[in-house]
Design a protein around this ligand. Structure first.
Ligand SMILES: Nc1nc2c(ncn2[C@@H]2O[C@H](COP(=O)(O)OP(=O)(O)OP(=O)(O)O)[C@@H](O)[C@H]2O)c(=O)[nH]1
Ligand SMILES: [Mg+2]
Length: 294
């Protein structure tokens, strides 16, 4: 049998569960996940390879109307990823389904093969799934429609074989052991930013960028030392991030360290600094600086 390979883009509205699905498929957390919309900012690649195929998944930012240059960058990331796709997985949130909003997007998407994934079926009554399928099917046709629960992995036993069926014949694009194209530093900074998406409210987490400035591994001690800077947009935000007597920053550090330790398989010493960079989300220079560039 010949080898199959291709690019599979995961797209949908913010908070649908796209990054949760990518992490679940890979069996390893590489993408930030939070209950707030617009958690993902860049295209994140995850690779799944077996004897007969290589599936290159692309997690994307949730589709929304951009309000600043960062938002415009995110929109382009979605377009680029969708344009590359052999298979497009369009994900809707069964627990927060709005036909009109889905319709606007569904009418515009295009790929050789489009699957509809109905996510979060654990959070809704069974009888509410069929109407969602009916309504989406009226807008366009799908090669496959698969209800899933990304958080627990239900439905992946159907999804993965179906993806394989539709994959074109192709080369092995990446070596067998490739998990992602994200550098280790980038994954770590995303783990840190994710904690702020989870712990901080209102505008604060949206104006945050994280930069890992130093990451050193000491083999003798089996210890990874990391220096990271959290950039926020206002002095008042800085105080919130640090918290009373540094309590919030400590919490962010503790939870981030757990993720980084799991990911690197080493002990981790993490030092966090907070700095203000006003209005960086509208500065081309700063966006490039933080890696938000095409
Ligand atoms: N109940 C339930 N919650 C889920 C499921 N999948 C994801 N979630 C939750 O939905 C929220 C959003 O998940 P994400 O994976 O960050 O969603 P996303 O589509 O990547 O969001 P953006 O990056 O903002 O576009 C998180 O709180 C997840 O834990 C699921 O199958 N069931
Ligand atoms: Mg995401």
């Amino acid at each position: 049998m010949s080898f199959k390979s291709g690019f599979i883009s995961i797209v949908g509205r913010p908070n649908a569960g796209k990054s949760t699905l990518l992490n679940r498929i890979l069996g390893e957390k590489i993408a930030a996940v939070s209950p707030k919309p617009q958690t993902t900012r860049t295209r994140i690649m995850g690779v799944l390879t077996d004897e007969e195929s290589q599936m290159v998944f692309l997690d994307t930012p949730g589709i929304h109307k951009p309000k600043n240059k960062l938002g415009e960058f995110m929109a382009k990331e979605i377009q680029t990823s969708a344009a590359q796709a052999d298979i497009l997985l369009y994900m809707v949130d069964a627990a927060d389904f709005n036909l009109q909003r889905e319709e606007e997007i569904l009418k515009t998407i295009d790929a050789p093969t489009v699957f509809l994934l109905i996510n979060k079926i654990d959070a809704v009554e069974k009888q509410s799934i069929l109407p969602i399928i009916d309504e989406c099917s009226k807008i366009r046709s799908f090669e496959q429609i698969i209800p899933i629960c990304a958080i627990q992995g239900n439905g992946l036993d159907v999804l993965i074989p179906e993806i394989k069926k539709y994959l074109p014949e192709g080369p092995k694009y990446f070596p067998d052991d490739t998990l992602t194209d994200q550098p280790e530093r980038q994954i770590c900074s995303e783990f840190i930013r994710e904690k702020m998406m989870r712990f901080l409210s209102d505008e604060v987490p949206y104006g945050i960028a994280v930069e890992v400035e130093e990451m050193k591994y000491d083999e003798g001690k089996d210890l990874t030392s990391i220096n990271a800077v959290i950039y926020c947009e206002r002095q008042s935000h800085k105080s919130i991030i640090i918290g009373k007597k540094g309590a919030m920053l400590k919490k962010i550090g503790t939870y981030s360290r757990e993720d980084i330790e799991r990911f690197t398989g080493t002990k981790v010493f993490l030092q966090l600094w907070v700095k203000v960079k006003e209005n960086w989300r509208n500065s081309d220079f700063q966006l490039r600086n933080f890696g938000y560039k095409q």
